[in-house]
Design a protein around this ligand. Sequence first.
Ligand code: FAD
Ligand code: DHB
Length: 394
Amino acid sequence: MRAQVAIIGAGPAGLLLSHLLHLEGIESIIIESRSREYCETRVRAGLLEQNSVDLLNETGLGERMNRIALPHDGVQFTFDNTYHRVNMTELTGRRVTIYAQQEIVKDIIAVRLKAGGQIHFEADAKEIGGLDTAKPFVKFMHEGSLKTIECDYVAGCDGFHGISRDAMPASMVKGFDRVYPFGWLGMLIAAKPPSEELIYSHHPEGFTLFSMRAPEITRSYLQVAPDEDIKNWSEDRMWSEMRKRLGKHEGLELNEGEILQASITPMRSYVSEPMRYEKLFLAGDSAHIVPPTGAKGMNLAMADVCVLARAMIAFYKKNQTHYLDSYSETCLSRVWRAEHFSWWMTTLMHTFHDASPFDQRRQIAELHTVFGSRAGQTLLAENYAGLPIVNWRP
Ligand code: FAD
Ligand code: DHB
């Protein structure tokens, strides 16, 4: 097999890259270790920044999103028995949109396959090589045999547990890591959420977030111990924690319904520098992870892909290499700002059970400083609605 670009991973990063390249006549082959059904049903992120929504619309991927997604002008916070609404649209002119990651994945797979794009599911990448030669390759297992794609470039879009990051020489890579003393228990519930907007709630016993996937489907998260076993969480315990941590605020009501799905995710921050080695480019979770508070993971993957598509298009269409050369640096400056914001939202909203009495009071004061001030709210809203992304057309 031969393609201009071999893409490992059919998550948001790999699929979107393949689509953008296709729009400019550049062909790619995607290999994905999981089945199509698995990719299209995996419950993960759900909140899109304004720029991500605009990008999907501009590139012909917005049809279903515009029918079923839920745009939000504001976002709500509770702590210390107080309630605050941040009016994002008024403060920044932008808003956020709830549209599940697996729906975006479904939309891009359909569009790519309709255009004759090659996506090989249940194809597990085993080796990436020839990166410092004119003939890079990816070897993968598919239907019981080892196959090879020869290519000009490899895009490592295979997430945090993929093989791409490790294909870079260890001596050239530096990893920056932070692990948090908690995880999230995520629940999908057949009930109307407590409010039409998202609610982030700080409570002495732990953080909770109420989001949604549809007007009658709640997506909520509870802060739990990092090594928590889901077996310790009966449905009664989930409801009593959600009720307690949401608190009593006028207009916010916890509606019970069937818990359709529940699982626990650990939380960490991680950045690998650089994001490029010779003909290999990392994009999305393969290069960096953020804790989920503030919902930056999927949006960051899409922002990386715009930088990578621009670099590849400039190379193939204009014979320019400067965007390829500056890829890592361009991505990392935005990545680190998202890392900072996710760390800040996480430490601001969660409860550190080993915090000193001083730090507990300091944290409550910080919450009042941010939400009691228009400037504080604006800082949060600008980052939450999303920093600018580059134009993927050079
Ligand atoms: P991924 O979506 O991980 O895609 C990588 C793909 O590569 C996968 O399909 C994988 O199967 C494939 N792959 C891996 N190895 C190989 C191989 N060797 N060969 C072939 N294919 C391979 N973000 C939020 O903003 N909010 C959330 O609530 C949220 N919840 C999350 C919950 C979980 C359990 C996880 C893991 C992540 C969550 N995230 C969340 C983060 C967000 O989902 C990711 O940032 C986003 O999926 C990144 O997209 P990606 O395309 O870079 O990677
Ligand atoms: C969602 C997840 C987040 O981490 C967040 O900050 C907002 C929304 C969600 O899954 O809907």
